[in-house]
Design a protein around this ligand. Structure first.
Ligand SMILES: NC(=O)c1ccc[n+]([C@@H]2O[C@H](COP(=O)([O-])OP(=O)(O)OC[C@H]3O[C@@H](n4cnc5c(N)ncnc54)[C@H](OP(=O)(O)O)[C@@H]3O)[C@@H](O)[C@H]2O)c1
Length: 342
């Protein structure tokens, strides 16, 4: 997974100030001092993030101290730092990061050692804020043990993107083997998961990527993952877009990660009555929908779906040979960005 390339540490300014208050507890042990990436105000991540040394935290009797092994930098992490994400930790001294994997360092006296032991790999489940630090102390119930014989970057990134991909494949349209879906942002980690899961389900994928240097290599990589077709946006600037489908059925599901023109192209591919799910807005451009799409093609009740998913996904866990996870994903609705053309 490409996520491996963007694991911590992020570039940030090192300061030595301490920013975390010592927790009051009746326990007798403490964590080692931690190094954390945190921010005191919202703004561009390269400006407001700083590295700080945090004091040892008390380990309560029901707490577990975890030494973090890896934590990804997801787009939503950066959005939180920027202050544009709906869920934001309180400031100042907010430790960044939302998912990751760590190793149990120490247990509080009342933690059942049959459930967790020093050395176990754990993930925060559900994911929780503040994973960009070297040691975290949290109640034992906030940690979920996972297998330790898989690459840490896979486990560190399993909760947000693969499960988002899975839920989008399962929750909006009843897809059967042989069906087709279309997505933009196909090089994203979510997009790559969609391609692989679709392939496992016998689904075809039409994939749209942006025009940029290296787009041919990106196409080759996505095809190796199982993509049927990969197009750059400029290749889709043609009148009869569906002629590009060849023998594939028209897509019943479209997944929009980008917005702007890349979302409009998805609508052009969709079959009548198809569903487009918007889950990301990487271009920071609004989703623009032609009137004809609204009237003749897409069910509007399906189009702007806001879904909170909190189901346990056994499938993905079998797939990745991990433990069962409790995960919720928010499919973001950017209704304010909808523009209806004449
Ligand atoms: N709603 C949810 O529950 C949920 C859950 C997970 C993820 N998400 C969202 O899904 C999106 C993808 O997440 P990820 O972690 O998979 O991302 P990622 O791996 O960091 O990939 C980013 C993707 O965005 C593309 N991109 C970047 N800047 C762009 C721009 N200005 N215009 C068009 N495309 C651009 C990249 O294309 P290149 O390869 O060309 O750089 C790449 O495909 C994010 O918006 C994230 O917040 C939402």
């Amino acid at each position: 997974m490409a996520a491996a390339a963007r694991l911590l540490p992020v570039a940030a300014k090192r300061l030595t100030t301490t920013a975390r208050a010592r927790r009051l507890s009746t326990s007798t042990s403490t964590s080692p001092p931690a190094t954390a990436v945190l921010y005191d105000q919202h703004g561009p991540p390269d400006k407001v993030l700083r590295v700080a040394e945090l004091p040892a935290a008390e380990i309560g009797e029901r707490d577990v101290c975890v030494r973090m092994l890896a934590a990804p930098i997801n787009p939503s992490d950066l959005n939180r730092v920027e202050g544009v994400y709906p869920v934001r930790p309180p400031l100042p001294a907010a430790v960044a990061g939302y998912e990751g994997v760590g190793q149990v360092h120490a247990l509080g006296a009342a933690v059942d050692s049959r459930l967790l032991s020093p050395g176990d790999w754990v993930i925060p489940s559900p994911p929780s804020l503040g994973t960009w630090q070297t040691y975290i102390v949290n109640p034992a119930t906030a940690w979920h043990r996972v297998r330790s014989d898989v690459p840490p970057q896979y486990v560190a990134t399993v909760t947000v993107n693969p499960l988002t991909a899975l839920r989008m494949l399962c929750d909006f349209v009843n897809l059967a083997p042989g069906d087709t879906l279309v997505q933009n942002g196909a090089t994203s980690i979510v997009g790559q998961c969609v391609i692989q899961l679709a392939k496992l389900h016998g689904l075809h994928t039409i994939n749209i990527i942006r025009d940029r240097p290296g787009s041919q290599e990106a196409k080759d990589k996505l095809k190796q993952l199982g993509a049927d077709h990969v197009f750059t946006e400029s290749q889709l600037d043609i009148k009869n877009i569906k002629s590009l489908l060849g023998a594939l059925p028209e897509p019943a599901l479209g997944l929009n990660c980008v917005g702007g023109n890349a979302a409009s192209v998805i609508l052009k591919f969709l079959r009548q009555g198809g569903t487009m799910v918007t889950y990301g807005g990487m271009s920071k451009k609004p989703v623009t929908v032609s009137t004809s799409s609204f009237i003749f093609k897409v069910s509007t009740s399906d189009l702007w779906s806001l879904t909170v998913v909190d189901r346990v996904s056994n499938f993905i866990c079998n797939l990745l040979q991990l433990c069962t996870l409790n995960v919720y994903t928010n499919l973001l609705l950017e209704a304010s960005g909808i523009v209806i053309l004449d």
